[in-house]
Write a protein that binds this ligand. Structure first.
Ligand SMILES: NC(=O)c1ccc[n+]([C@@H]2O[C@H](COP(=O)([O-])OP(=O)(O)OC[C@H]3O[C@@H](n4cnc5c(N)ncnc54)[C@H](OP(=O)(O)O)[C@@H]3O)[C@@H](O)[C@H]2O)c1
Length: 143
């Protein structure tokens, strides 16, 4: 599993604390070359939250038959004019990849189930996270 984050300290956290195999620093180096180096066999599943230059499909970095859950495109939200990654679609063809939009609201009926399971994972140490917006939220986890 390979993460993408901004800065050396975040990438260190991703690997050492969260246990991912590698992390690409999108603020340093060449993101797409680094993604390819981190995934020498290609990306088989891409949970895409950023889009734009960080999108692995732009470099043809996916494996043939790759699956892409398109959740967010944060790098493009403040761009002026129409913005999309045209290279992406060319490579979707060449890689016979599948893209599906992911919307959290579709799973609203399962939120209570998710809170229960995720809270257990946090308590058991299986799921680690840091929050910079509120420490109060972690106090609301069910016991
Ligand atoms: N589909 C859904 O149902 C759904 C629901 C909620 C959110 N989302 C999407 O999920 C994504 C994350 O949302 P969030 O609420 O977690 O946002 P957030 O807490 O504000 O985190 C966004 C992170 O994205 C990174 N980022 C910001 N600008 C970037 C850029 N130009 N290029 C690359 N990375 C950049 C930053 O990482 P660093 O700090 O490491 O630089 C930042 O910490 C967004 O794309 C959002 O639209 C989707």
């Amino acid at each position: 599993m390979v993460g993408v984050a901004g800065g050396e300290s975040k990438c260190r956290l991703v690997k050492e604390e969260y246990g991912l195999d590698a992390c690409v620093d999108y603020k340093g180096g060449n993101v797409l070359a680094d993604l390819r180096a981190a995934c020498p066999d290609g990306i088989d599943v891409d949970f895409e939250n950023v889009g734009g230059d960080t999108d692995g499909s732009g470099a043809g970095a996916h494996q043939p038959g790759a699956r892409i859950a398109l959740c967010g495109m944060i790098s493009t939200y403040n761009a002026s004019g129409d913005w999309w990654s045209p290279k992406m679609f060319r490579n979707v063809i060449m890689k016979r990849a599948r893209i599906e939009g992911f919307l959290i609201a579709d799973y609203r009926s399962r939120f209570p189930e998710a809170v229960e399971v995720l809270a257990k994972w946090v308590r058991d140490g299986q799921l680690k996270y840091q929050s910079t917006w509120s420490t109060a939220s972690s106090r609301r986890l069910p016991r």
